[in-house]
Design a protein around this ligand. Sequence first.
Ligand code: NAD
Length: 291
Amino acid sequence: MIVLDGKKTAQDLKEEIKITVSEIRKDGQRSPHLAAILVGNDGASLTYVGSKVRSCKYVGFNSTLIHLDESTSEEILLKKIIELNHDDELDGYIVQLPLPNHINEEKILLAIDPKKDVDGFHPSNFGRMALEMDAFIPATPFGIMELLERYQIETTGKHCVVIGRSHIVGRPISILMSQKGQAGNATVTVAHSRTQDLVSLTKNADIIVMALGIPEYLRADMIKKGVTVIDVGITRVADENHPKGYIIKGDVAYDEVAAKAAAITPVPGGVGPMTIAMLLKNTLIAFQRKN
Ligand code: NAD
């Protein structure tokens, strides 16, 4: 059984990006620059944004954190976005989701300049990705593809079952894995909350991507031997024995599934770190396209 080590692979990627940044600097150019807008104080969002900023520093990027109050109006946020769209010193930015309820998420995403949309959530990037044109690919599915490629997991002609149809993970990974190319050419089934007889699908799958957010949902009796399992799930489960008061669980009952699988991503240390590394990669791509 191979553990698809996202932590190590993400570190390798960061080292590669760091080298490219030092070459850019030697060439007399400024560093690539990523900004993040965070509205409010959601605990998980603060953690994610914090580690994105730290990763930027590590590879030598410039980074800007724009932390706005929970009560910030949609109008003020839109003004900030227009400002960032016009900032020539900025290559890419993200708006950390979820946004407070009084802000229309769709309106905000549509306002982002697709050329700076390093999260790849703008319809223009999503459409371009689906049409196999140059695009920013959302970081999580992009990270899964990178992991499959680097570990040379055979996907051609394989039956891949993706569980979850969200716009940021399930839907895009199903598109990418069915496209031509490395880590692609799979026959993909997308399952969701209305799918009937899910077990008949998972039992016949060669690759399973779990992206539903229900801790330890995939169990050993739902899979065949030799399957590759990608666990995207991140759920905070209360645990009073832990200093933080919670532990992180994936969508896979790791020990029992790993015992039957040919390859598997752990949680933590699998898809999560890859997501951050691919955000850096998208920022570098944005910089290179601009220059
Ligand atoms: P989401 O929460 O938007 O949607 C969940 C999906 O699961 C839906 O499409 C729904 O149809 C499906 N679903 C729910 N119950 C189901 C069931 N019983 N059977 C089959 N399908 C079912 O999804 P999301 O935003 O993609 O998040 C999924 C998980 O991935 C969450 O735990 C989230 O925290 C995590 N996540 C991790 C990363 C990362 O970097 N590792 C990135 C994004 C999301």
